[in-house]
Structures are given as C-alpha cells and as structure tokens.
Design a protein around this ligand. Structure first.
Ligand SMILES: [Zn+2]
Length: 140
C-alpha cells in the first residue's frame, strides 16, 4: 500500500469516527451545565438532634455556575434525581466534544500529509525533485 493510499484510508476511518460522534452528540437531549451537591446541616439549636450528630438533610443543591443563567437552587429529591441525569448527560456531551476535537485534529494532520504527498507528485510532474521538508516521514 502506498503512503497516499494509507492516508486516504485513515482519513476515511476518521471521517466515520467523526460522523459517529456528531450523530451521538445530536441525539443528546435535555442537559444542564452545572453540578449537583448534597449537603447536611446543623441548625444551631441546642436541643436539636443535629447537635448530637444527626444533621438535617439531605439538601440537594444545583449549582449552575457564573453567568446570567448561573446561580444555585435547592431541589427536592425528585428534582435531584432528574438533575443528576441532566448533569451527567452534559458531562457525556462535553466528553463527546473533546473526542470530536481530537478526531478533527487527526483529520487536519492527515489532510496536510495528503497535501504534501500530492505536492511532491506535482513537483515530479514538472521534473523537479521532491521538496526536502516533505521527504521526512515524521509528518503526523
Ligand atoms: Zn437541628
């Protein structure tokens, strides 16, 4: 297999990978950018059970970070269950984006390699020797 064929084959594999990632990202529905915390608290009253270690709670707090939509909110246990799934979905989405960025970078590197191979062929069509920089196999 020639270098060019290898590059073409790898680029096609990366394209399929990219397509799969984009597809699964587009399937992702409702999500929340934020974190869910569980807190227990002491109220400070002397005779309360919480002063003997049995603290109040759990309190579920959704923190949605800085920005216009940001802030924190107390949730009941049903909301907390939903929020847990929404937060996790967003984490998966971010992982997908990270994966996509890697695949895109691989594709760009492969296409550069392809261009170098083709540029060498172009030079040889004119009877010129291959460009020195492109002789190195270390690209990509
Ligand atoms: Zn208390």
């Amino acid at each position: 297999m020639t270098n060019v064929e290898r590059v073409r084959r790898k680029a096609r594999q990366k394209l399929a990978e990219q397509r799969g990632i984009v597809r699964s990202l587009l399937k992702t529905r409702e999500q929340i950018v934020g974190s869910l915390f569980v807190r227990y608290a002491e109220c400070g009253k002397k005779d309360c059970a919480c002063s003997r270690g049995k603290r109040h709670g759990p309190y579920y707090i959704l923190s949605t970070g800085p920005g216009a939509q940001g802030g924190s909110a107390y949730l009941d246990s049903i909301q907390a269950g939903r929020a847990h799934r929404l937060v996790r979905r967003n984490r998966e989405y971010r992982n997908g984006l990270r994966q996509l960025r890697r695949v895109n970078a691989d594709l760009v590197a492969l296409l550069r390699r392809y261009r170098n191979e083709m540029a060498n062929r172009g030079r040889s069509m004119l009877g010129l020797s291959a460009a020195r920089a492109n002789r190195k196999k270390s690209l990509v």
